[in-house]
Every structure is written in structure tokens, then in C-alpha cells.
Design a protein around this ligand. Sequence first.
Ligand code: CO
Length: 150
Amino acid sequence: MSVLEIRKAGDKVLKEKAAPVAKIDRKIKRLLDDMANTMYEAQGVGLAAPQVGVSLRIIVLDTGDGLIELINPVITAHEGCEAGTEGCLSIPGMYGEVERYAKVTVEGLNREGRRISITGTELLARALQHEIDHLEGVLFIELAKSVHKG
Ligand code: CO
């Protein structure tokens, strides 16, 4: 497993709409491994493939309950609204208040290609929405009501 370079705001790959994964092959599985490794190394709770320079619809997350890998994730249900503080490994040292759905259900594929569904509240709900935004080329600072340092 490798630690990949995390692209920073200003890199154009972060502004692209990522393409769906057509086939989960060995290369995609290696990317999943490297993304998880990179996220843990950076002490992040989530990472999207565009953040490591790959414009594909893949996210990994760990909000404390173990690794979640999602390929082609889609929000299929949501409830409520909640403001909270966010940061991003691509925008080090900056934080902002972002309003998100309080609860979301996300469907996608796992590395075996099986359809899985994840429902989250609080940090998990926020992280899922933040990472899926990366797949649309959206950074949290564009949504934040206010942004501050450290
Ligand atoms: Co981010």
C-alpha cells in the first residue's frame, strides 16, 4: 500500500465532475487500499478519489467505527438539517460552518461490486455529504457560511 499525494485547493482535478467506476478491477482495489492508507496517514475521516488526483466516483471514510469504502455513491434519502464545522485534507488549516442534512442514506458498491447502503447521522452524515461533494467538484469552502483558520 502507498501513501498518495493529497491534492490541494487550486488543483483543477478538485473542480472536475468525477466519472463513475465502470468495472471494479485490481487497479480500483489497489486505489481503495491506497486511499484508506492515505486518509489514515493524514488523520482524516474521509477522502475522495479526486483528492489523490483520480477523477473517479470513489470515497473512503472512517468516523471511528471502521473503514467504509463506497464506489459510485448516491444519496438516496435525507432528513433534517444541521450546521457544523468542517475541514478538508485538501484545504489544510481552514475550517468553516456548513449546513448539511442531519441524516443521510447513501447507496453504492463495495469492492466486491455488491450494492450496499449506509445510513449515518452526525459526523458520518456530514462526512458522507462532504466526500460526495468532492465527486461533483465542490469544496466545503464554497458552501460555508463563514471560514476561519485553525
Ligand atoms: Co474534503
